[in-house]
Design a protein around this ligand. Structure first.
Ligand code: SIN
Length: 539
């Protein structure tokens, strides 16, 4: 992809709004659609409006809507996956409110698949029921399409593309908007609003192999951390077991729903990979499957394993998994000829900016929703297809909080009490050289690639203390060398480095294995010392 920034002359660039939204995925757009009842909404996005992780989501959105299902079972499955760190009150809320949020998506025009008039529900790992509402294996694309159409029809919402937020504007302790990078001349512009929602998505681009789009550079987490907001659980990075091999950038995700319909992971010699590893076989939790593939590749020296789809009738494959078929064909793979070659790739950050149950961060006026947030739902391991759900539930609750504040004549900018979150680690502000224009000693692209290789090798599926320490030193060095240039590429690089530093510091702190975080030097969970969130604040 080209990462050059188009010159856009924009004489009418709005400089203020009642509500500012940073990011145009499901969290940002669903918030904007509801918040439009409260005032003028400005949505900014650093690329074009559909460049979001939502657009790439394949599986679907989990909700207890089936005849044999209910929110209590969804709650139970989510807690069982979360490694002891999911907050039962938050999960209960998401499971209970989720079905209504899915109905709202349908009202906004999302066309989920139906069978006999009812929603067709898929199964994914860790779910005890068929619960995944989907649109083939391109669910995110359908949601994004419908939300963008609804936003386009809403006169209160303005979407400005190719405008990258660089830092939060904080005055007297409250967030009053952002500074953004004018792509025309690289000068910072101030966008002011009494309420800002961070909906910038995740940070998969810190890894060499990722299913995340190139925009997923952790901008929201880095901005919030720099502004002093607590950030939690950054060590819990989900690696999806089945990205199409060889991986491209981003890697093509082969949906877990295929394994939900009977596809089986095999070694290259044909032996079933997960036999004897886990009772649920190929549909075991993602961390277990990804680690088994990682170990198998290290043992055998092979480059990939195979997903055998022969249990799924060929005519159904084409109808239910058109995305997988298209992705395979684009890489010259016939799924029924040889199986689908797959490897794990970084997929989802469970950690992020800490919020309360209304999506409020510690900084008054600043909300966060979607992958950028740490709401307490995912804990140490995210249950498949819970992320789109969490995003819509918290965006909705953020709007409710604003309405409540308005009705009570109070301040929508209220934060929550300091006492709610204890810092585990305080990290000093990253050292940066320069005065606004300095270029790195090494090219930006070269540094970005070096970081992604380092994170993949030392902070990936299996981690170990001395490798993490060396990685942290190298990241600090790269931060000092990154310069402070004012281009999208330079800001993204600094954010990637900042987020990587948070991941490594958290992973070093957690001297145990839990959920998605596996340390070969501490392979067991240690509840006595680590049954709690890792909360980072700027020292
Ligand atoms: C998938 O389709 O396998 C991904 C779904 C998710 O990450 O929740």
């Amino acid at each position: 992809m080209s990462r050059s920034t188009p010159h856009i002359s924009r004489p009418t660039l709005p400089r203020s709004a009642d509500l500012l939204v940073v990011g145009s995925g499901i969290a940002g757009l669903s918030f904007a659609l509801k918040a439009a009842r409260e005032g003028r909404v400005l949505v900014i996005t650093k690329k074009s409006r559909a460049d979001s992780s939502t657009n790439w989501a394949r599986g679907g959105i989990a909700a207890g809507l089936g005849p044999d299902d209910d929110p209590t079972l969804h709650l139970k499955d989510t807690l069982a996956t979360g490694g002891g760190l999911s907050r039962p009150d938050r999960v209960e809320m998401v499971a209970r409110e989720g079905p209504d949020r899915v109905r709202e998506l349908i009202d906004w025009g999302v066309r989920f698949h139906r069978e006999g008039g009812r929603l067709s529900l898929g199964r994914e790992g860790g779910h005890s029921r068929r619960r995944i509402v989907r649109a083939g294996d391109r669910t995110g694309r359908e949601i994004e399409r419908a939300l963008l159409a609804a936003v386009a029809a809403s006169p209160e919402i303005e979407v400005v593309q190719h405008l990258m937020a660089v830092d939060l504007l904080v005055e007297e302790g409250a967030c009053v908007g952002v500074t953004a990078l004018d792509p025309g001349d690289g000068e910072p512009v101030e966008l002011r609003a009494p309420v800002t929602l961070l909906a910038t998505g995740g940070a998969g681009q810190v890894y060499r192999h990722t299913t995340n789009p190139t925009v997923a550079t952790g901008d929201g987490v880095a901005m919030a951390f720099r502004a002093g907001a607590p950030v939690a659980n950054m060590e819990f990075v989900q690696f999806h077991p089945t990205a199409l091999y060889p991986t491209r950038d981003p890697a093509f995700l082969i949906t877990e729903a295929l394994r939900g319909e009977g596809a089986v992971l095999r070694r290259l010699d044909g032996a079933p990979l997960m036999e004897g590893v886990h009772a649920r076989g190929s549909l075991a939790a993602r961390d277990v499957v990804a680690r088994t593939i990682h170990t198998e590749l290290a043992r055998s020296g092979q480059s990939h394993v195979l997903l055998d789809v022969s249990a799924i009738p060929e005519d159904q494959f084409a109808v239910r998994f058109p995305g997988a078929l298209e992705g395979c064909r684009a890489q010259g793979v016939d799924p029924y000829e040889e199986g689908i070659p797959v490897v794990p790739a970084a997929h989802y950050f469970c950690g992020g900016v800490v919020t309360d149950e209304w999506g409020r961060t510690r900084i008054p006026g600043l909300f966060a929703a979607g992958e950028v947030a740490c709401t307490g739902v995912h804990g140490a391991n995210r249950l498949a297809s819970n992320s789109l759900l969490e995003a819509v539930v918290f965006s909705h609750r953020a709007v409710l909080a604003l309405q409540r504040a308005r009705d009570e004549g109070g301040q929508p900018r209220q934060g929550w009490p300091e006492s709610q979150v204890e810092a585990t680690l305080r990290l000093a502000q990253a050292r940066l050289a320069g005065s606004g224009t300095s270029a790195p000693s090494e090219g930006l692209d070269a540094l970005r690639l070096r970081l992604r290789d380092l994170m993949w090798a030392s902070v990936g599926i299996v981690r170990e203390g001395s490798g993490l320490e060396t990685a942290l030193e190298e990241i600090e060095e790269m931060l000092a060398a990154a310069g402070d240039g004012r281009t999208v590429e330079a800001v993204e690089l600094r954010n990637l480095l900042e987020v990587s530093r948070l991941v490594v510091a958290s992973a070093l702190h957690r001297r145990e294995s839990r959920g998605l975080h596996y340390r070969s030097d501490h392979p067991e969970p240690d509840d006595a010392h680590f049954l709690s969130d890792t909360v980072l604040t700027r020292g």
